[in-house]
Ligand binder design. Structure first.
Ligand SMILES: O=c1ccn([C@@H]2O[C@H](COP(=O)(O)OP(=O)(O)O[C@H]3O[C@H](CO)[C@@H](O)[C@H](O)[C@H]3O)[C@@H](O)[C@H]2O)c(=O)[nH]1
Length: 471
């Protein structure tokens, strides 16, 4: 059997990179004959990814990294107008560098027994399908989010052909194939309303999905059966491979995380009773205005539960808060002393795995959702940006796997009050609630899905067979 190489192009930024590389590791675990070269772009304004790629190279010698030469980034005001448009422009500006890197890989393998089998592209990198075609290599697309989000993206080009304008908050609920309930406009991602490039970027990206040889999704059949079935009924959609949950359970290296911080948090958790702590954490970029921070603080205090709060502030705050404590309500720290701690970047996976943690107030980023399901910790929904509102909506209304706090909160939107926060946290922390029971059941199903014979295991085996031709 010939050895085969895959060329990975993960999305820029730690969130997409880490998820893409979990997929890479999973593929290598399944097939000894595979190796992977990942072409990495380092986006301005984001944390360094070097610590991450270094730790992976040390643990998995069959993954090589090629750091693409830096290019002139798009104008910086574009990131404020539309992060999605910025990311797509940034990626497209690497086409020449990617072509050169692929040429090098192929020529370096020409006298070896290794053959390049195909490309795996983060969904934001679908412009690179053209390069795959130039080299006659099959492109596979990787969705770092869920199948419902894929459903939304697949719906957009058809809608655009009929109504070629951005969506509006005042639009009636959308019937999106595969999404169980009609979707209110207020839970759709900001990008679909964005006239400064966000909507166009989504439509353009989604149009290329049908050019993929297959679409790989970080989900599992038991979690999203309805939407996955709808894809297999539509012959225009390439084969969809649900291969998740892809999780980095050993924890992620991060420049803002140091061992002293981890030790302090884990020691404190060790001293707390079983399922007594509510964890608040809002992903790579989630932050709140100062008035919202105050409401959150008052809400946790009012709930009476112990807490671990990963708190960060927007980079654009006009008077930056150097010390998070300055943003808190007066006397909060004294009144909650011994009952809670705060940190910056948290060791989230270790925290969710800890027996003391009983609930999770989350921005509903997909990795956070999968991690909380894995450890059976119910989420309280506090979405902020990207597709998080849609995730929150589906987790509450379709799947019954989260407690509703907000489904439609957006950065700079109406304040979520302390009362609402206290009420939802209390509901999530109930030990015998229906949501907790369902989350525990889904946790088992997720773990079974990736075991030998499970649905995701079978799906990844099929994916490798389709990519390599090896049976
Ligand atoms: O203090 C922190 C904060 C985050 N994390 C980890 O960072 C990852 C965060 O991922 P996710 O929950 O998916 O959030 P984002 O980083 O915000 O992810 C982006 O990418 C996701 C996948 O496409 C989308 O679902 C989100 O909406 C989008 O914001 C998770 O593994 C967390 O465990 C930590 O370890 N410590």
């Amino acid at each position: 059997m010939k050895k085969q190489e895959l060329i990975f192009i993960p999305g820029p930024g730690v969130g997409h990179l880490s998820s893409g590389l979990e997929l890479a590791k999973r593929l290598l675990d399944h097939d000894d004959g595979l190796s992977i070269t990942a072409l990495v772009m380092n986006m301005p304004f984001t944390s360094s990814i070097d610590s991450y790629t270094r730790s992976l190279t040390a643990s998995q010698p069959r993954i090589k990294f090629v750091h693409l030469p830096e290019v002139d980034p798009p104008p910086s005001d574009l990131i404020r107008k539309s992060p999605e448009a910025y990311i797509c422009d940034f990626i497209e500006s690497h086409i020449t560098q990617v072509r050169a890197a692929v040429t090098d890989i192929i020529s370096s393998l020409s006298n070896s027994d290794v053959r390049v089998a195909g490309f795996v592209l983060d969904f934001f990198c679908v412009s690179m399908i053209d390069i795959a075609n130039e080299f006659s290599l099959p492109p596979y697309i990787f969705i770092t989010s869920n199948a419902g989000f894929l459903g939304l993206l697949l719906y957009l080009p058809g809608r655009h052909d009929e109504i070629s304008e951005v969506m509006k908050m005042s639009d009636p609920d959308s019937l999106i194939p595969g999404i169980f309930n009609p979707v209110p406009a207020r839970v759709l991602p900001d990008a679909v309303f964005n006239e400064d490039g966000g909507y166009d970027a989504y439509v353009k990206v989604a149009r290329r999905f049908r050019d993929g040889k297959g679409i790989i999704v970080n989900t599992f059949a038991e979690l999203e059966p309805f939407v996955l079935r709808s894809f297999s009924d539509d012959h225009r959609i390439p084969p969809v491979y649900p291969v998740g949950p892809l999780l980095q359970l050993k924890g992620q290296p991060h420049p803002d995380l140091n061992q002293d911080q981890v030790d302090r948090i884990m020691k404190w958790l060790d001293e707390q009773p079983q399922s007594s702590v509510v964890f608040l954490c809002f992903g790579s970029y989630g932050s709140f205005s100062l008035p919202q921070v105050k409401e959150i603080a008052l809400g946790i205090e009012q709930s009476g539960f112990r807490f671990l709060w990963s708190i960060r502030f927007p980079l654009s705050t006009s008077s930056p808060v150097m010390n998070p404590e300055d943003a808190l309500p007066e006397g909060f720290l004294e009144r909650t002393e011994g009952r809670g701690i705060m940190c910056g970047w948290a060791p989230q996976v270790e925290v969710l795995a800890h027996r003391a943690v009983g609930g999770f107030v989350s921005h509903c980023g997909w990795n956070s959702i999968l991690e909380s399901l894995w450890y059976g910790v119910p989420i309280v929904t506090f979405p902020i940006y990207a597709e998080q509102q849609l995730n929150a909506f589906r987790m509450v209304k379709e799947l019954g796997l989260s407690v509703e706090l907000k489904l439609d909160y957006r950065q700079g939107g109406d304040l979520v009050s302390a009362d609402e926060i206290a009420k939802s946290v209390t509901c999530a922390m109930e030990s015998d609630s229906e949501v907790r029971k369902k989350v525990k059941e889904m946790s088992e199903k997720g773990r079974e899905a990736v075991m030998d014979g499970g649905n995701s295991f079978t799906s990844i085996t099929k994916l490798i067979r389709d990519m390599t031709g090896n049976s």
